[in-house]
Design a binder for this molecule. Sequence first.
Ligand code: PEP
Ligand code: MG
Length: 576
Amino acid sequence: MEYRGNPVSHGIAIGDVYLYTPFQAEITEKTIGTDEIEAAVQAYFDLRTKAQAELAMIQEKLQAGSPDKAKIFAAHVDMLLDAAVNGEIETLIRDAHLSPECAIERGYSKFIRLFSKAKVLQIRERAADLRDLKTRLHRIWAGVPERNLSALEKEVIIAAHDLLPSDTATLDRSKVLGIVTEIGGRTSHSAIIARSYEIPAILGVPNIMAALRDGERVILDAVEGVLYTSPDEAACAHYAEKRGAYLAHAAELKQYRSAVPVTRDGVPIEVHLNMGSADPDELSGSLYTDGVGLFRTEFMYLSSPSLPTEEEQFQAYRKVALEFGQRPVILRTLDIGGDKQLESMELPREDNPFLGLRALRLCFENLPLFQAQLRAVFRAACYGNLWLMLPMVGSLDDIRAAKAVIEEVKEALRQEGITHNPDIPVGIMIEIPAIALVAELAAEEVDFASIGTNDLCQYLMAVDRLNPAVANYYQSYHPAMFRLIGQTVSAFSAAGKSIGVCGELGGDPLAAAVLIGLGMRKLSMGISSVPGIKKLITGLTIPQAEALAKQVMSCATADEVEQCLRAELGTALPAV
Ligand code: PEP
Ligand code: MG
């Protein structure tokens, strides 16, 4: 059988399926008789012992490679054995005659509610740990084995309804041959991560979970966007060959990674890196890029069950600053909410999270969180060329409010006598159309801007960037996108302020040609897009790009734009 989806991270994989379904408990209220109480209490104790053994095993696995993560599971053991929680559960079994699973549900929920309301951030974080533990206990009670992407036993192709950023951030990339999910599109975060890890991925394959069996062999062709089940030997051999050819071609293209990005008529275009951690793998992108155009700082938060401290953030930012030296490193402040939920902190449930309390808005509501990050940034700024960028800015009010917090943080650091560098550029992401439309006013208030085309498209087209049902409406090549980007570039350039692109369009050779034609001289992208973009730049002239941009502006639809670009650029484009 063949199943089609969106090939968001190119490549080919042949391997066994690992069905990933995070466990969801369904608990119905159940009481027990007086004669069953002792057995129920004992059953709870036994369950707790099993959970403790599981946690010890995870800790042991993580100890060598990720001691910090191992510590988190040690803390989970402490919570599992906590006297107050256990006393509550035992009372619920003995006095309220609740079955063990109901007592766990009610007992843990009580503490989760209490902790979620705490004023102190560190206590609020404990709510997420308790939720995690509650799920572990329910899962063991239901006899379901643990599914954990950070501790895979062998190489697999992961199939999931969706992968949350916290799943992708923690997955053991050395064991993941490919990814297929039921929802998500090119700009969802699982796609961005898959591309940066160079893991072939097809997203948005409806109902694929029901069609697959755990452990069955499949072929994932993430060039064409097809997943083949029950392949025979001939098909496996054919795709093994195709995979070889793909890898050889990708290796050839990779030679462009080190090219100097100057157009054929001698205009330099800066190529910057999008990154999500200070891990050595990601830092190695420094060899091929002019700086960091987007450091998604929230990934540090997503990959950890507890909030990173100011010190941990400082260390990470300092590492990136030192690695890039005088080259600019744009640190984007926390962009959580939307599709990025934190394990380590309770966020409000919203009907429209992408339109809700996201990014800067959430930071305004959680000032200690924001302040800790800003402190880490200003401290790390002593070690390199750090720039600070605010996400989800919709108005000048947002800019002014954020700048007020920034000033307070600097003043506090000064008064505390803490070494820091207060003089760093402060800029904004242009991803809400409203701010793009007042770009010339925004340019007066900030030092730079970077266009987040992923969200700009989502908000301009009124299309959820994750929902495959409306993927056809998510048209990044819509002429309106290029018109709005063109206006923004002109406004910032006229004000003499730096402007770049850090959304996925910046790493898409077709679109990049238009962006250059619109006056953009700074593109930022995941490392896997660097060779293709450098190939494009070195084959292009500015008049050619300007003519393209002009043509695109007069197109009526996204399809027309794409056809026009393919016709004009054909041979300049990378083939993979
Ligand atoms: C964007 O919106 O284009 C962007 C770069 O930010 P993110 O994809 O992290 O939302
Ligand atoms: Mg964005």
